[in-house]
Design a protein around this ligand. Structure first.
Ligand SMILES: N[C@@H](CCC(=O)N[C@@H](CS)C(=O)NCC(=O)O)C(=O)O
Length: 253
């Protein structure tokens, strides 16, 4: 059995499927894909994932993409250390939160990350070179995100994204006042999802939200998450982000 995990820095999607690999003690080969050099749009990588995005799981030649799908696949194939409740109700609760995070959190935090970091990168590319890089991006939505990063995101879109994040923080905090973990009394893939996309970086990215006072249950949960050995190991994976840009994003180190 051989597993290769293609990933970028330990944050957001790349972190989200790396945590289950460590939590479950699955041996895997790490293959770093350098997003700063647009390696995800190179032909060799698009031959593995035609959508040109990380992360990707290769399990004995079976290619799985999209983190929520990867994580459920890992759960089905390696159930010994469970990260999904074994009862139908618990699994449904976990999936409810995963759906909420995938649809109402991920893209909105991501927009702020791109605004603070990718805008700088996209503007640093010469005319002509930028168009060539755009032509290699397979997903139209991603191509637009890169183009918008270069021209600058609209304030109304950034404000909308901030509101979405704030609503999510309040909703998650309300849940964590009632239960230890998002889907109930068990640590699940839903916790890993929210942590990777929002929980780990919320205070650094949105200091004006005053999360410590606004959402103390979330902060206590975030500290429980960060202390987990599996999470720690994932966070220790290499980070090649330019340190000057890293301060604006969720990167831990
Ligand atoms: N829905 C996908 C989203 C994957 C995604 O957005 N990956 C980002 C990194 S966090 C990426 O590859 N960005 C570079 C690009 O699209 O050019 C998932 O859950 O895996």
């Amino acid at each position: 059995m051989a597993i290769t995990y293609y990933h970028a820095e330990p944050v957001a999607n790349s972190l989200k499927s790396m945590i289950p690999l460590f939590e479950k003690g699955i041996e895997f080969t790490s293959r770093y894909v350098d997003l700063h050099k647009f390696e995800q749009h190179e032909d060799w990588f698009k031959a593995i994932n035609p959508e040109g995005q990380v992360p990707v799981l290769d399990h004995d030649g079976i290619i799985i993409t999209h983190t929520t799908v990867i994580n459920e696949y890992l759960e089905d194939v390696f159930p010994d250390v469970p990260l999904r409740p074994r009862d139908a109700e618990g699994a449904a609760r976990m999936r409810y939160w995963n759906k909420f995070i995938d649809e109402h959190v991920m893209n909105f935090v991501s927009l702020h990350g791109w605004h603070r970091m990718v805008t700088v990168i996209a503007r640093g590319i010469e005319n002509g070179e930028f168009e060539k890089l755009m032509a290699r991006i397979p997903l139209p939505d991603q191509r637009k995100k890169w183009q918008d990063a270069r021209s600058g995101y609209e304030q109304k879109d950034l404000d909308h994204a901030t509101n979405k994040v704030q609503q999510a923080v309040d909703k998650v905090n309300a849940q964590l006042e009632k239960t230890e973990w998002l889907a109930g009394n068990e640590y699940t893939l839903a916790d890993i999802n929210f942590y990777s996309h929002c929980g780990m970086m919320i205070e650094r990215m949105f200091p004006e939200m005053d999360v410590a006072n606004r959402a103390p249950a979330l902060v206590a949960w975030r500290d429980r998450m960060t202390a987990r050995p599996g999470v720690k190991k994932a966070l220790e994976m290499p980070d090649h982000t330019n340190p000057a840009l890293r301060t604006f994003t969720g990167h831990v180190r």
